[in-house]
Design a protein. Structure first.
Length: 108
């Protein structure tokens, strides 16, 4: 499955638009990671644990997007947008939302 942020795919013609689709993943960060991330905020540096969690959430969201596209009979998703949010009482929840348009493309 071709997944792209562009509105079209070079060398392909969009034959059919199948609809706007989404994939979401929400993950909770545990208190220990939160404490270590707070230390990182003070002393600087990257938070590998948060990066791993965001990576997992992004993977899940893209898998959901591709699964939905496949169910619709699409062979590509165009115009993909990825959005990240944190929420919850202490911003301890992370969400990745991926949206795009499911399409069926043919070679030109």
């Amino acid at each position: 499955m071709i997944v792209t942020t562009t509105p079209g795919i070079e060398g392909k013609k969009i034959e059919k638009y199948l609809g706007v689709i989404t994939g979401e993943a929400i993950l909770g960060a545990n208190i220990f990671r939160d404490m270590f991330a707070a230390v990182r905020d003070i002393v600087g540096g990257r938070s590998a644990s948060y990066e791993r969690e965001l990576g997992k959430a992004r993977e899940i969201a893209f898998e959901d997007l591709e699964d939905w596209a496949d169910e619709l009979g699409a062979n590509a998703v165009v115009g993909v947008n990825v959005d990240y949010e944190s929420f919850g009482q202490t911003n301890g929840m992370m969400m990745v939302s991926v949206t795009g348009t499911a399409v069926f493309v043919i070679d030109i």
